[in-house]
Design a binder for this molecule. Structure first.
Ligand code: GLA
Length: 387
């Protein structure tokens, strides 16, 4: 966690309000493998990171003289404050980050919980659109904060379901549970092999010896990513229905053959990808237990290949960085990470090659696309917590 970010948020709060707020850190996430498998009740392999949201939150009752029927939310990075009354919440036409904050309050109220008015100030250091789940980090910080302030008695699991529902109902992305889970339940220096059906996770201590993870942000986020996401989810659900199963997690490639003629070739390839990716995520866990990094790397490349050619959620910028990794023997595996259409690649790379590869990738990428990509090394962190 970035101490200067905590300072920035605390100072901004103190300039506008009196008293001691509750301070919360809520991290973003990476994902080693298992992409677009979460909403198919399958396996994912995420980890919370040392980049995230810091929020300062306090009940309005604590402020002498301030209106009791008004909440405020301030996004320091946007230099923007919104006002609302939790007793009379307006959820129409919410845009950008407003939907995350108001959506979480609205979903909490749907459970019959009483949410009083509050002031929240937040700031973050997750690059926007990087596919490191700044939205889940924000949602979790809000739900965690109001749970503390108003003693709502929500479990962490209930909180992530609220965060996810906010995304579904107020942002309009029918996301799975991976991002919110990883952000809330992350464990320092560990990745979580999460079974999205049971919501049970097995922590893996991450120490790749001479190797490490390295991210490159393409610094692009192409339009249509939200609608393309929902479209793919719909194809998966339709296919599960055709097969008479609850989710594609329950299907084998042979099963898919039975409904092949009821799907377009494109959609067939998409559901084949999901079944294969779910197998890859589980195979990655075995490879990691055996310390077989070569095999892990192959699975990571296989994941990208599927995301690019079968699931079709990659883009030129991501493919370019993965192709560059393939030409570099010290990189064992690379792939796009997250929903797709931009954001980051994740690379498994030899530590001694990191500096050279960063330089090479930034130079080649800048030449090709006319703007730079940004390398990131991240540490794996604990999930959402009070500071
Ligand atoms: C986004 C969603 C997640 C997950 C990934 C793809 O990050 O929020 O639920 O589906 O895309 O794996």
């Amino acid at each position: 966690m970035d101490k200067s970010l905590v300072k920035k948020v605390s100072e901004n709060f103190a300039q506008n309000f009196s008293g001691e707020p509750v301070l919360i850190y809520s991290p973003g996430r990476i994902n080693i493998i298992g992409e677009h498998t979460d909403y198919n009740a399958g396996f994912v392999f995420p980890a919370a990171i040392d980049k995230g949201i810091v929020a300062a939150i306090q009940k309005v009752d604590a402020q002498k003289g301030s209106p009791k029927d008004r909440s405020t939310a301030t996004a320091i990075d946007m230099d923007e404050t919104i006002y609302f009354d939790t007793n009379n919440l307006n959820t129409e036409n919410l845009s950008s980050w407003h939907a995350y904050v108001i959506g979480v309050v609205a979903e909490t109220q749907k459970l019959g919980k009483e949410v009083g008015n509050f002031n929240i100030v937040f700031g973050g250091n997750i690059p926007d659109g990087a596919g490191m789940s700044s939205s889940a980090a924000l949602e979790n910080s809000v739900v965690f904060g109001i749970n503390e302030l108003f003693e709502l008695g929500l479990t962490k699991y209930e909180m992530i379901l609220i965060s996810q529902a906010a995304e579904h109902n107020y942002v309009g992305v029918k996301c799975g549970i991976m991002d919110q889970y990883a952000s809330m339940f992350g464990i320092e220096n560990s990745a979580l092999l999460l079974d999205c059906r049971t919501a049970k996770a097995e922590p893996f201590a991450i120490d790749f010896g001479d190797y490490q993870l390295l991210l490159f942000n393409t610094n692009v986020k192409h339009k249509l990513s939200d609608s393309a996401y929902n479209d793919r989810r719909a194809v998966c659900e339709k296919t599960a229905e055709l097969l008479g199963i609850e989710a594609l997690r329950d299907a084998t490639e042979e099963d898919l053959e039975k409904v092949k003629d009821q799907l377009s070739e494109e959609d067939f390839q998409k559901v084949v990808y999901v079944v294969q990716e779910n197998n890859r995520a589980q195979a990655a866990a075995v490879a990691m237990k055996e310390g077989n990094l070569e095999e892990l790397g192959k699975l990571i490349y296989g994941s990208h290949n599927g995301l690019q050619n079968q699931y079709k959620v990659s883009c030129d910028e991501l493919d370019f960085l993965v192709d560059l990794a393939k030409e570099t023997p010290e990189v064992l595996g690379a792939r796009m990470m997250g929903g797709g259409f931009g954001g980051c690649t994740i690379n498994l790379i030899k530590k001694t090659a990191v500096a050279d590869f960063k330089e090479k990738a930034v130079a080649a990428y800048t030449e090709k696309f006319g703007h730079a990509c940004s390398p990131y090394e991240v540490a794996l962190s604990d999930g959402t917590h009070k500071i």
